[in-house]
Every structure is written in C-alpha cells, then in structure tokens.
Design a binder for this molecule. Structure first.
Ligand code: GLY
Length: 341
C-alpha cells in the first residue's frame, strides 16, 4: 500500500493506494459511521461495507444536484446523525462530490472520507478537496474546498467497471503524465495492455503516480489561483465537447487533449513528434483523437462558464510532454483552432 498526503487549508488528507474497502474501520469510527453510496456500488460491494447506516442515491451526473443533497440532509436528520458522525462516500466521482458537499455543510461540517470505486475517481475526482454539485445545467456551480480525512483507492473494486468507465480513467492518467511526468508517459506507452487487463502492479503504479502528480500540484495551489489550472489540460474543449455531444467525460477529455496539443504545436511550443506521440497513445488506449463536432455549439459552450460570457480563457498548453503552462487565449483564437479539427 502507498500513502500520499495532501496538506489542505481545512486539514490533511491521506490517499491510500492499494488499501482495501474491508479496512475502512481502521480509518473511521464504526459506531458513528454513515455511508453514502449509489445503487450499483451497493449491489456489487455491500458485502464489504461495515455494518452501519447506509444512504443510497441514484447514479450518474444527473443526481449531482441540490435536490439529492436535501434528501440526504433529511435522511441524516432522521437517523439522528450529529457533529460526531463520520460520513464515508463509497463510490465514484458523483458519490464523492455529493458526500464531500453534504459532510462539509451538514450541521456546519462533519468529518468525512471516501472509498473511491472507479479508476476516474481514484486518479482524479476523489482527490483534491473540491466537493460540489451542478446547478441549472452548469457543472460544479455550488461547492466547497474541504479535504476528506482519507481516500481509500481499492484496486480490486475496479474489476466490475464497464470498459467505458475504465477508459475515462485512462484519459485522466494520460493527462497527469502529459502535464507533469514524461516517465509516466513512457510507462503508459509500454504497459497500457497490462493496464487494460487490470494487472495489479501496473494499475497501482498508474493510480499512485497520477495521485502524486495531482496532490503535489494541490499542495502548492489548493484553491486554484495559478498552477492548479494545469489539471484542466484538455478540459476546456473537453467539457464543451461533453456538453454538446453527450459523449463520456474521458472521450471528450481525450479529444480536448488532442486539440490542446495541436494548438501548442501551432503556436510553436510543442514539437510535432511529441504532438503525434500524445495522439498515438490516446488511440492505442481506444480513446478518440478526432470527433465529429458542431464547431458553433462547441465554441458557444466554451465561452459560457458558470453563466458568465467570457472573451478569453486561461488555457493549458504544452512545451513538452511533462511540461504544461497556462496562457490566456481569446475565445476567437480558440474557435479558429478547432475549425480544422
Ligand atoms: N475532488 C476533485 C478535485 O478536488 O479535483
């Protein structure tokens, strides 16, 4: 097992890669524990849950709303949860986001932790302290920065994941390599087939190296005033593509990373060889490098962020694989960049 630390303004968070869901009772008091989970995770893994109150929510991004939050608050009141309770989210990104928000606000905040059950949430969504819900069609419009006391990344739980879910996780792993670690990039090139087969050693390394990159950035810039923006590599176009096409997060981020790499190339920062390397690796990982998109709608979505109309964006570009930087670019320029995509 590997433990990685985040030192946040609200407290420290320990991310435990390779720990088992069955060890949950080592990290939180069983007698005061309340679990929040979704129907899929409960179906597969309830046998491994500690015996405590369980609150079940629906699954998918559609349940990441204030309505779900209100239902959970009501249930917490019914079961007489109080400030001494310890709330554990067992699930993927949606469960972790909602759990973190509920725990941070119920009775002005109770202790919480996560058992992260998808590759995407292990390498990204459960780590970093952002917790929140969507509002009025805008992603993560309401939320808090608050670090979970622990995140258990149990590699064994990935065995029941559908392939699409696994691929979404791989897209974020490539993102971490591309923004911060050329050695991890080479490792993925050499080991992705074993990764697909969920080889324990390979997956553990991919998950823990990703978390090391993300957590070291979060340790330097928890509230996203500067460097943390690098974690948005591929996500500016990715979110706009996800919103306008309805494809999965990982697929959209993959296409977004290809656009951002090509733009880095066009602007003279990234070599052709490295631009192609990124595209080739994503294709090997069965992630899209090219997509049919409605340019007008994508550009429109790009300009609208949390209800504001923007004229420019802090965009993440590459100087090399492993070296990202942020530059303000106008929406018009970005629109031009995707015309020939
Ligand atoms: N909870 C996800 C993040 O902080 O990035």
């Amino acid at each position: 097992m590997k433990a990685i630390e985040i030192h946040g303004s609200t407290g420290d968070s320990t991310i435990l890669v390779g720990e088992s869901i069955r060890s949950l009772k080592k990290y939180a008091p069983l007698e005061r524990m309340v679990v929040i989970t979704d129907e899929n995770v409960r179906r597969h893994y309830q046998k491994d849950f500690p015996s405590c109150e369980v609150i079940e929510i629906g699954s998918g991004e559609k349940v990441k709303t204030l309505e779900s939050v209100k239902e959970i608050y009501q249930r917490l009141i019914e079961i007489e949860a109080d400030r001494s309770s310890f709330i554990v989210g067992i699930g993927g990104g949606v469960v972790c986001d909602i759990t973190g928000f509920v725990a941070s606000t119920y009775m002005r905040g109770v202790a919480f932790g996560f058992v992260s059950t998808t590759l995407l949430s292990q390498v990204d969504a459960s780590v970093g302290g952002k917790n929140g819900v969507n509002l009025g069609g805008y992603k993560n419009m309401v939320g808090v920065f608050n670090q979970p006391q622990f995140v258990i990344c149990d590699i064994n739980l990935l065995k029941t994941l559908p392939e699409k879910e696994l691929l979404s996780g791989f897209a974020e792993i490539v993102k971490h390599a591309v923004i911060g670690d050329p050695h991890l990039f080479s490792y993925i090139q050499e080991n992705y087939k074993k990764g697909f087969l969920l080889d324990t050693g390979v997956i553990k390394k991919l998950v823990s190296d990703s978390i090391v990159i993300k957590s070291s950035i979060v340790n330097r810039d928890e509230k996203e005033k500067g460097e943390r923006r690098k974690l948005n590599f591929g996500h500016t176009f990715g979110h706009a593509i996800e919103k306008t096409t309805g494809i999965s997060h990982g697929e959209a981020v993959s296409a977004g990373m290809v656009i951002a790499s090509r733009l880095s190339r066009q602007m003279g920062y990234l070599s052709m060889e490295e631009t192609e390397k990124i595209e080739i690796l994503l294709k090997k990982l069965r992630l899209p490098a090219r997509l049919q998109i409605d340019h007008g709608r994508v550009i429109d979505a790009l300009g609208k962020d949390k209800k504001r109309n923007r004229v420019s964006i802090n965009f993440v570009l590459l100087k090399a694989i492993g070296h990202a930087f942020v530059k303000e670019i106008s929406i018009n320029e970005l629109g031009e960049a995707i015309r020939d995509f």
